[in-house]
Design a protein around this ligand. Structure first.
Ligand code: NI
Length: 183
């Protein structure tokens, strides 16, 4: 298991539509283990495989619940159905350090997928877990959370995004301090 470098905005792999996983083997499990390690190292609540340069439809989440437990699991080949309601909430992305914005997402949805062993997942998710899953499912399609913002908000962010794509990480950003709620 290892922490892999997180790809930053401007890296073409983040815009790639990731491939469906067909082999549920040790290399998939080791990718998932590395995703967990990397997510923890960066204090994230979610991480998609293409954020570490692997364009496969895989992500992990680790979302704290109100009762103090955590929803921590891997998702392979996600399909999101039956979205209900919508809510605005703050999001950030480990691939876009220094940017946090309010994004409108469905309040709840049905997640159909498999885990890293090929075992089916079929469950209703809501609240912040539903938000994290929508953010990660976007990643595997090459969509970033800033794509979900209004044209005006995106224009205001353009300079920051251009700087990120040139490799300039904001000085104020310290992943080891954990800005929280990044995925
Ligand atoms: Ni993200």
């Amino acid at each position: 298991m290892a922490v892999r470098p997180v790809r930053i905005y401007g890296d073409p792999v983040l815009r790639q539509k990731s491939a469906i996983v067909t082999e549920f083997d040790d290399s998939l499990r080791s990718l998932v283990a590395d995703l967990y390690d990397t997510m923890e190292a960066y204090n994230g609540v979610g991480l998609a495989a293409n954020q570490v340069g692997v364009a496969q439809r895989v992500f992990v989440v680790d979302v704290p619940q109100e009762d103090g437990s955590r929803e921590r699991f891997a998702v392979v080949n996600p399909v999101l159905e039956k979205r209900e309601g919508h809510e605005k909430g703050e999001e950030g992305c480990l691939s876009m350090p220094g940017i946090t914005e309010d994004v409108v997402r469905a309040l709840s949805l049905r997640l159909k997928a498999v885990d890293e062993f090929g075992k089916p997942i079929d469950r209703r998710v809501e609240g912040y877990l539903a938000r994290a899953i929508q953010h990660e499912a976007d990643h595997v399609d090459g969509v970033l959370f800033t794509d979900r913002l209004s044209i005006v908000r995106r224009q205001l962010l353009r300079r920051t995004l251009d700087a990120l794509s040139r490799g300039e990480i904001p000085e104020s950003y310290h992943p080891e301090r954990g800005e929280g709620k990044k995925s």
